[in-house]
Design a protein around this ligand. Sequence first.
Ligand code: SF4
Length: 268
Amino acid sequence: MSEQRAAARDAVLAWYADVARDLPWRRTGDPYAILVSEVMLQQTQVARVVPRYEDWLDRWPTAGDLAAADRRDVLAAWVGLGYNSRAVRLQDACAVVARDGWPRTAKGLRALPGIGPYTAAAVASFAFGERVAAVDTNVVRISERLGLGAPDELLPDDERAATWNQAAMELGATVCRARVVACDACPAAAWCRSAGAVAIPERAPRGSRVRFQDTDRYVRGRIVAALTRDEPLPAEAEIPAERLDRALDALVRDGLVVRTPDGPAIAS
Ligand code: SF4
């Protein structure tokens, strides 16, 4: 097993050296820039993140700059990138870093506000060179399909660990995807127990899927966008008051919004 694992890993690393997409966060070892990219990528596709990431770093180039920014500006700059609470946690994490400095291990990074195990491992690996597996859904899927061991068993025990983390994610994002599986283009196919035999789970029928506009998340996004721009909240004809109120309650619970005598406002 360990020989097969090593051979598959070498093949994936060689493949990655050829095909790696040139993404701006792969050209830096700055933990802040890597953290920003990882948080943005949690909800949004790479092509949409690239310009937003570059604008963000132009505006707030360091953790200290982001920590000192007005929260309304931070939330306004996040509009369209998914869950607004991520922007708040990112700013809160940067406030801790600005005060105490960067933790240099995944364990230390986990203690920052809103940093989960995957993000902590990614920053520790890409910025600080810690040998730790960054395990996102892509990596879990690949290791399950390969059948050569758990994600941390696939990790090389040498200086290639960070590159392996990138390579495994790239394989999951471009070749061994959840619903589109290109085994004939896969560098690991010769060692993979699932090659050519992946069962793709069925999608829910179209009519049973909930439209994004019908979700609470959509309403929360609309509220935050309006408040950061000093615009009125969506009218009753567009979003019924009951839905609006429920979304407002959730935003207040999350600490993003406060209710004031003049109406809701972004929490500072
Ligand atoms: S051979 Fe197919 S199932 Fe196996 S890792 Fe490659 S793309 Fe995924």
